[in-house]
Design a protein. Structure first.
Ligand code: MP5
Length: 206
């Protein structure tokens, strides 16, 4: 199996992850009050946990993939600072509690390093590919959100996602982890959809 096949094999789930009223609101400037700020605060928690995941995956990765993880870690560290700066500018407190959808995603990320490497890498690719497509679908974005659309639309980010896909394809080549990779892909698609829904204020907790 190739990682890219998963998108066509699960097109409905993938659409749920990458096309969402939240993204239409970003594009048209019609987001309900508080939605973008909620997304921003919750997504910073996601990025922090994702950074932990990459650090856990790095030592066990084949040598030829280690560079990819190293550049991913550096990019995430920079991104975390960028999130914090964005939150400061908007006077948002970063000590908020994770929403239920965030909790589910953080739990998923924490468990991912225990999965077979090819399946974990496929999931990581799906996570990044989802944001690449989702924010492209919001392009060019209302002016107050444009910086965010551009952040996940750069050629560098697209190249990173393509490198993750190549690495996932190499890792999947034996076919041994296909079933697990398929299941994790579907989980990512569902978690992404729930994350957008949470940002719009649906299914919130506490
Ligand atoms: C990403 C993200 C992309 N920031 N948040 C969610 C919920 N899914 C995917 O990850 P990155 O590392 O910020 O590009």
């Amino acid at each position: 199996m190739k990682a890219g096949d998963l998108i066509g094999n699960h097109s409905r789930a993938w659409e749920g992850a990458t096309r969402h009223p939240f993204l239409e609101g970003v594009r048209d400037g019609t987001l309900p009050e508080g939605a973008f700020e909620r997304w921003l605060v919750q997504d910073r928690m996601f990025v922090e946990e994702e950074l932990g995941l990459l650090r856990r995956l790095l030592p066990g990765a084949p040598r030829r993939d280690q560079n990819l993880f190293e550049s991913g870690i550096a990019a995430l560290e920079e991104e975390l600072g960028w999130f914090e700066e964005q939150a400061r500018r908007r006077n948002l407190t970063l000590s908020a509690r994770p929403e239920r959808a965030t909790e589910s995603y953080l739990r998923f990320l924490r468990a991912l390093a225990d999965e077979p490497y090819p399946a974990a890498l496929t999931a990581l690719w799906a996570i990044e590919r989802a944001y690449l497509e989702a924010w492209r679908n919001a392009s060019p974005g209302a002016c107050e959100y444009r910086e965010f659309v551009e952040h996940w639309s750069t050629p560098e980010f697209a190249a990173f996602v393509a490198s993750l896909e190549e690495a996932a394809d190499r890792a999947l080549a034996t076919g041994e982890a296909d079933e697990r990779a398929d299941a994790l892909f579907l989980e990512v698609a569902d978690l992404e959809r729930r994350f957008w829904e949470m940002a719009l204020g649906e299914g919130r907790s506490g």
